[in-house]
Design a protein around this ligand. Sequence first.
Ligand code: NAP
Length: 488
Amino acid sequence: MSSFHLTDSGKKLVTFIPGDGIGPEVTGSARRIIEATGAPIAWEDREAGEAVFKKGLPSGVPVETIESIKKTKVALKGPLGTPVGFGEKSANVTLRKLFETYGNIRPVRTLPGVPTAFAHKAIDLVIVRENVEDLYAGIEYMQTPGVAEALKVISRKGCEKIVRLAFEFARAEGRKKVHCATKSNIMKMTEGTLKRTFEAVAPEYPEIKAEHIIVDNCAHQLVRFPEWFDVIVMTNMNGDILSDMTSGLIGGLGFAPSANIGGEHAIFEAVHGSAPKYAGKNVINPTAVIFASVMMLRHLGEFEAASAIENSVVATLEDGKFRTRDIQGDEGSCSTTAYTDAIIANLGRKPARTFVRDYKPMRLPQVPAAPDFVKAKERKVAGADVFVEWTGAVDALGKGLEGAAQGSPFKLHMVTSRGTKLYPGGSAVTDTVDAFTGRFVKLDGGDTSDAELLDLLARVGAKVRWTHVEKLNVFDGAPGYTKAQGED
Ligand code: NAP
């Protein structure tokens, strides 16, 4: 563990960001408990979020905070609010992206004395969510005044990192099963890349059962039989939605921790936000951040302190004497401070009835840094999809685009709108919008030069307003583009 920053007294330095709203209370509780274990941790206090936005810094993350995490490589942070009206970007997303924390690990488990609709189920599962790609890269465009588009960017490299992280985490916790949940039946290229990567990597972990599941069925089975699942790896948006749902299965956001893992840096936090209405009231549940700090201590190699805290939290919940408002209601609930004191008093105890896992050190995935992670031996551009704005009849557009291609090395293959083929041959669709795509292919089946493509755009542009272009790439003989709905 020599890669962490050590203080002169040999302690591991951690960047501490209290956060907004209830952040200082929940992170303060976790910090007190860590200090009570005697673990060799020192803190570097830094700020991010609302106070920083208010000072006029649009990112919400000052350079001192970035420099601190660069140095310590580990941060424990409270939730950061994204105020409406000032501040442009989410400071959380900025931190995740700046440190390329590609993986988000979100464990949930049934806890003693925590009332839920699923309390009779033995839930103990982990969602490993891709954290920087997918629709959440936030690359959006207006194609026409009334048609919006978002790019779902998924890389083989990103998939390889997240899949390996899921298997390594499963191995560290002695887990037996990893599911990969995707929508690859519909999105064969983007979601399909995760599925194919999962199937390629899984044989390297023969002791772990690997299974693919369609993500909507996964949501359904998670509610019916949550005890079936162990580790589930997903793309960013699917993982975001399903991990909030799994938090609900085990008693709510007060119990759901999260670790943002990068190649070199890691940021530990709760899944929940800053819950501003409870700020400063000393009533909220700090367990999510306490469990996040257990994950942080394991990441830092402080296994004994991590297990001591985990055992103490579970023992405290088993006792049932100190219950925060979210699980007890107003009557008879304890303060955040009293709950924290009880956990500190219980350090050294083990739960009497509840299973707690053994944890072995996790090996962080090593994936080559080369940007061209996948290389093609052969490639060509078989044509182009030209996206156009059009309010008239589809047949008229199709004939116009055929005319535009006349005399060029291309022919119009079809016209689509929102992924459905409309010309030639028509479709049952009578309702259209003003965004269409003309797919042009090379007449000789060969490669397309940029000069040919620019000439094609000029020809199309003379007839109709074009909005954007996608090349029809073919890599090693495999089309790098999808067919349209209704295309044979
Ligand atoms: P939230 O802060 O997570 O709060 C939603 C509700 O969850 C609360 O009203 C409360 O429910 C419950 N809750 C959350 N944390 C709890 C805890 N520790 N103990 C007990 N109950 C807890 O979500 P939000 O209100 O949508 O977001 C507020 C702000 O946080 C926003 O500015 C958002 O952008 C930000 N946010 C930050 C992060 C992050 O930093 N990672 C994540 C999410 C949101 P009841 O009302 O039922 O008591």
